[in-house]
Design a protein around this ligand. Sequence first.
Ligand SMILES: Nc1ncnc2c1ncn2[C@@H]1O[C@H](COP(=O)(O)OP(=O)(O)OP(=O)(O)O)[C@@H](O)[C@H]1O
Ligand SMILES: [Mg+2]
Length: 269
Amino acid sequence: MSATVVERNKEARKRIVSDKAAKISVKDLNLYYGEKQALYSIELDIQEKEVTALIGPSGCGKSTFLRTLNRMNDLIDGVKISGDIVIDNENIYKSNDVIKLRTKVGMVFQKPNLFPMSIYDNVAYGPRMQGIKSKKELNRIVEESLRGAAIWDEVKDRLKTSALGLSGGQQQRVCIARAIAMKPEIILMDEPTSALDPISTLKVEELIAQMKKDYTIVIVTHNMQQAARVSDKTAFFLSGEVIEYDETNTIFSMPKDQRTEDYVTGRFG
Ligand SMILES: Nc1ncnc2c1ncn2[C@@H]1O[C@H](COP(=O)(O)OP(=O)(O)OP(=O)(O)O)[C@@H](O)[C@H]1O
Ligand SMILES: [Mg+2]
């Protein structure tokens, strides 16, 4: 790693000027799959109750980076990580409480991954695992979470039927409800609409816009319009580095780096 890359990354990070303290602060983060380095000296401050979009061509490290935020890479053999990720003043790689971390930092995946059980049981699954037994309390959490995910009206009369009988777009919103039911503070979304039709995509985007009142959201997307519509900040990744990180408006209208401009205008990737 040349000194210039480190300096440049630090410079990029400083450009995000905000009076708010960072919810997530990433410092000099490097990640290797065996011998192969996938992330290079990432420096990124993510603000509370904002939507941060991660964009960049296939294979540039977006999903890898997203997974470092709730230590999902710990599940992959041969992964080595150096550097710091601090969430609410706690270095998540120095603490051993991964369960607590994954409760605080929820995740929604590219394809809806509901369990083959009822809609109700899917949403109640996490709270039950946390030891909540009261039926009244579970009913409340299920309703509140489904409302929070803008899917309550569509499913309230079929809560006890299989979740797999829902459309893809409905299933993805139930996945979001399942994440909300754990009362997370941060929600990571890896291309949450790439398997959805345009109408379901718009519904999920509207939902994300509403959700940022309550949650800090980090979203990976290949859809430039989506990044522009839903996010406050955007980070452009290329070959495992953050090339540019700024207000979304700036990234799309006045990027500072030629490579960012080429990417957001569709000239490559
Ligand atoms: N489990 C793994 N083992 C080894 N290498 C991996 C693993 N997962 C990802 N990689 C490699 O790390 C690099 C970054 O992959 P990653 O999945 O983070 O990219 P991405 O930006 O999410 O791409 P896409 O847009 O296609 O989803 C790629 O070169 C990929 O091949
Ligand atoms: Mg990916």
